[in-house]
Design a protein around this ligand. Structure first.
Ligand SMILES: [Zn+2]
Length: 204
């Protein structure tokens, strides 16, 4: 896609290189995927996460993952319509991440076929205020990345946060690997952890 390549070649970029603001209509559009976007304070995410943990305890982690998944997959559905080449999408992701305030992205691994892809995020907005924690806390980010790679490569992956900036410094790392298949229960495990009675009957 010509528009994507143009942005990749630009050395000095400002927010207006990525977004169009229609002030009268109160609308922002992310130019690279031709889709409406919105801005939320990053602090709202950590408050939301704290509230979910308070309400659902350990079930909050798979729930945040599940919330992230469709955000990643819908983003990639839009991107694929403009350019279906996975390498172009993965190379564009750091620019899109940076211009959207999601931190400084690096993408490593097999970006051509997606067998194993790593996302590293320095200055991650999802854990920047959580220095006291010991465990990886960016379940939402891992879910977003899982949704992205499943859609981009059209194959199921399992994505896990293997390192978190909040406890280990430098960057968060999410590793996504292709898996043979995903059941509906696997895709929506947050629901089934919190609401096991919604799980499909195993006798069926
Ligand atoms: Zn993290």
């Amino acid at each position: 896609m010509e528009r994507t390549k143009k942005v990749l070649q630009e050395a000095n970029r400002g927010i207006s290189d990525f977004y169009d603001l229609d002030f009268t209509r109160g609308e922002i559009n992310l130019r690279q995927i031709d889709a409406r976007a919105l801005i939320l304070p990053a602090a709202a995410w950590s408050t939301l996460r704290d509230e979910l943990v308070r309400a659902f305890k350990g079930g909050a982690f798979p729930l945040m993952f599940q919330i992230g998944y469709p955000i990643g997959s819908t983003f990639m559905e839009r991107f694929k319509k403009l350019d279906p080449n996975p390498e172009i999408a993965m190379k564009a992701l750091p620019e899109i991440g940076a211009s959207s305030g999601w931190g400084s992205f690096s993408i490593l691994g097999d970006i051509k076929d997606g067998s194993e892809v790593l996302l590293r995020v320095a200055n991650c907005p999802f854990c920047s205020k959580m220095n006291e924690r010991d465990l990886p806390v960016c379940d939402f980010l891992a879910g977003v990345f899982n949704g992205m790679v499943d859609t981009l490569y059209d194959k199921p992956h399992e994505a896990r946060e293997t390192r978190c900036e909040s406890s280990q410094g430098e960057f968060c790392e999410v590793v996504a690997r292709i898996v043979p298949e995903k059941t509906d229960e696997h895709k929506r495990w947050g629901t089934y952890v919190l609401f096991p009675w919604l799980a499909p009957s195993r006798s069926q």
